[in-house]
Design a protein around this ligand. Structure first.
Ligand code: FES
Ligand SMILES: [Fe+2]
Length: 343
């Protein structure tokens, strides 16, 4: 059901501290904490004895003491004490998950730990380049399957109806879409030429009048959205053109972590190439993103319920081509991974 050999965002960095924090990822219950040296640790949130969540126990140094009979586990999942008896049972251990801190997030590797290479965490192009600024990022819980979110992040058309006061502008409802599969995911994109700048971007771009606008909606396997917007004064943008060096660029990164079949944790960051030191604009971008993603959440939670209860035939539209290609390719990767795990 899920791709496992990949990094998922587990938590914002500020969410993980000394206390025992329970999470559910891919329907697995996990307890995470930071060791005294600051490194994060995550183990299965179930004591092997009577399956009491270890998150109901207590920290003792860098270990967790079970709240029922005191079996004690370190951050690697090894049992280091069994106070009620002389010997530690050989089967008293829990699963351990590799973690990594990057981009203000704590990432978790859900597959074979041998493959947990930090270099596989998504790169943020231009990070640290002069003039570029990253927001601190934010997150929410969305009551839908993560694939409704990947559908949404490969669907530039919905902005015309869902984001009326932010990303919508004439052209967003009907300009044809280009769909391209890459080695890492699917891209749905389009240039809209000589159109008004939408409300969210109007105060951010550095020119007056109409714009040429690129919507680049990309989702990489299994659930990493990269949504790039480029704005130039009308006449200077368009497919295959050399863009002006000062073209306005905003890249929204979306990291989707399946909690279970009907719940997703949604993390995001915004990266832009203007007003690098302007904290007010950074706050405005962050607040605008949150507002817009709340609009998506309301739609997608209702879609989850509507699709679960549907009694009429399924209908896809031309706009779904990218999302459907993504779903098919992801399913093939999941099937391949499962076949390899069985062999
Ligand atoms: S349930 Fe944890 S030690 Fe008994
Ligand atoms: Fe949206």
């Amino acid at each position: 059901m899920y791709l496992r050999n990949t990094w998922y965002a587990l938590a914002r960095r500020d969410e993980l501290g000394d206390s025992l924090s329970p999470f559910t990822v891919l329907s697995e219950r996990i307890v995470a904490f930071r060791r005294s040296d600051g490194t994060p640790a995550a183990i299965e949130d179930a004591c092997p004895h009577r399956k009491l969540p270890l998150s109901m126990g207590r920290r003792e140094g860098d270990t967790i003491v079970c709240g029922y009979h005191g079996l004690t586990f370190d951050g690697t999942g090894s049992c280091v004490a069994a106070p009620t008896q002389a010997m530690i049972p050989s089967t008293a251990k829990v699963k351990c998950y590799p973690l990594a801190d990057k981009w203000g997030l704590v990432w978790i590797w859900m597959g074979d730990p041998a493959g947990a290479d930090m270099a596989k965490i998504i790169a943020i192009d231009n990070h640290g380049s002069p003039g570029w600024t990253l927001t601190n990022g934010d997150s929410m819980v969305c009551g839908c399957n993560y694939l409704y979110l990947t559908d949404n992040l490969l669907d530039p058309s919905h902005v015309a109806w869902v984001h009326v006061t932010s990303f919508a502008a004439p052209g967003t409802e009907s300009t044809p879409l280009e769909v391209k599969a890459t080695d890492s995911g699917v891209v749905v994109s389009r240039w809209m030429l000589d159109r008004p700048v939408p409300p969210f971007y109007a105060p951010l771009v550095k020119f007056e009048g109409n714009c040429d606008r690129l919507q680049h909606y990309e989702v990489r396997y299994p659930a990493l959205g990269i949504n790039m917007s480029i704005y130039t004064p009308a006449g200077q943008g368009g497919a295959g053109k050399q863009l002006p060096a000062d073209a306005y660029r905003m890249v929204s990164y979306h990291f989707l972590t399946p909690v279970d079949d009907t719940t997703t944790r949604y993390f995001w960051l915004q990266h832009r190439n203007t007003d690098a030191d302007n904290a007010e604009i950074t706050a405005q971008v962050a607040a605008g993103a949150r507002r817009a993603f709340e609009e998506d959440r309301i739609i997608l939670e209702a879609v989850q319920k509507g699709m679960a209860a549907k009694t009429s035939p399924h209908l896809d539209l031309a706009l779904d081509a990218g999302a459907l290609r993504f779903r098919r390719n992801l399913q093939a990767l999941i099937d391949k991974e499962r076949a390899a795990a069985k062999s």
